[in-house]
Ligand binder design. Structure first.
Ligand SMILES: *Cc1c(COP(=O)(O)O)cnc(C)c1O
Length: 394
């Protein structure tokens, strides 16, 4: 008997469609140069924007919290999984985001699911979403009871058209969700226009700032601060898994939002709390963000340098405005080949193919960090040039 026999066929299909994934293995700390699959490579793949993953002050805070509070709480937040560290982090994240309160949730993914599911509870509700929003927003929509409306990426005319539809106008509750920084293209949501439309049409606004927190705006406070829109966005989602380099997410907004969510949000209620070391790392990480502004400065200097060099070499780097820089290839096989050839040259950049991105938009996604030295980036660009020419991409 082979009841799971169908998996063999599924895997065969994945391989045929170039969608089979075999993760590479990290054998060192996450860093700008890292040991991966037995090879020391310039690492252009992690979201460790500020190099907090291996920062001495952050590691010290994790060790101290472990000594004081132990390795875990063995409880969900609402039973006895909320430590004084959790409370301290929530207060500090609210201050970071310029909101009244915040609620730490298991991950960025579950934060989106938790908010969409908790607020959109009736088929008379409408959830409006940018077509390039993160998978967790899509799944949040699926778990909500709302009708879904998807507008073309950053297309304000299309958004307005949707807001004018009679069934949208008649909805009980309306909520618009957008990534702050789009995770595959690195462009930024048109938040001022979105906020204006949300106000005009009485729509709850929600921004997922996973790739913007610690990166964009003054002190890395995110998209809302970048556009000087403090107080004008209802819900800000953040992740602790990217620039903060640990694991977790949060929803920042009003105290009512926090209190409601912590009473009803299913992922929050039914999955246990973060270990003290994780929470203490985030508190320490926030201190580093405030006290070492040179990290964010270097991140953006590196971003500018790397983008310019890739463009000079003739690569199409899309519409990115942030440290996420796509290198467009336009074909799955070629994208995988480029990634493999670069790896052989000592550079790791991941290929992203359909269905994560549309057909014809296959690419390598690169992310520079504050830890890369100019020589690392020059080395990477030289490898890109060599391999790009061999594959006829440039
Ligand atoms: C990465 C990402 C998430 C998920 O965050 P995790 O903390 O890793 O679960 C959510 N939204 C966006 C836009 C992301 O890029």
């Amino acid at each position: 008997m082979n009841t799971l026999g169908f998996l063999e066929d599924e895997i065969k299909t994945l391989k045929q469609e170039n969608r089979f994934i075999q993760p590479r293995v990290l054998q060192s700390a996450q860093g700008p140069v890292a040991m991966i699959d037995g090879k020391k490579v310039v690492n252009l793949t992690s979201n460790n924007y500020l190099c907090l993953a291996n920062h001495p002050k952050v590691k010290a805070a994790a060790i101290k919290a472990t000594e004081q509070f132990g390795i875990g709480t063995a409880a969900v937040r609402t039973i006895i999984g909320t430590t004084s560290l959790h409370e301290e982090l929530e207060t500090k994240l609210a201050e970071f985001k310029g909101t009244e309160a915040s609620l730490v949730i298991q991950s960025g993914f579950t934060s989106n699911v938790a908010v969409c599911q908790s607020l959109m509870t009736s088929p008379e509700d409408v959830l409006i979403s940018d077509e390039l929003n993160h998978a967790s927003i899509i799944d949040g929509g699926r778990l909500s009871k709302a009708k879904k409306k998807v507008y073309r990426h950053n297309d304000m005319a299309h958004l307005k058209e949707i807001l004018e539809q009679p069934e949208v106008r008649a909805a009980r509750r309306k909520m618009l969700v957008t990534d702050g920084v789009f995770s595959m293209d690195g462009d930024i949501a048109l938040l001022p226009e979105i906020v204006e439309l949300c106000k005009k049409y009485d729509v709850v606004s929600m921004v997922d700032d996973a790739h913007a927190s610690g990166v964009l705006g003054p002190q890395g406070r995110g998209t809302v601060a970048h556009y000087n829109l403090k107080g004008h966005v209802d819900i800000q989602i953040g992740t602790l898994s990217k620039a903060f380099a640990t694991i977790g997410g949060y929803a920042a907004g009003s105290l009512n939002l926090k209190q409601y969510m912590q009473s009803v949000a299913r992922p929050f209620l039914f999955s246990s709390s973060h270990p003290p070391a994780v929470i203490a790392s985030c508190i320490a990480g926030l201190d580093v963000i405030y006290n070492e502004p040179e990290l964010i400065q270097k991140l953006w200097d590196n971003t500018k340098f790397f983008k310019e060099e890739l463009k000079k070499a003739g690569f199409d780097t899309g519409h990115s405005q942030t440290p996420i820089t796509p290198v467009m290839v336009g074909d799955s096989k070629k994208a995988h080949a480029l990634s493999q050839m670069l790896f052989n040259e000592g550079v790791f950049a991941l290929s992203i193919v359909f269905p994560t991105v549309p057909l014809g938009k296959e690419r390598l996604r690169t992310i520079v960090t504050a830890g890369h030295e100019i020589k690392d980036l020059e080395f990477a660009v030289a490898a890109f040039k060599k391999c790009g020419k061999e594959l006829g991409i440039i």
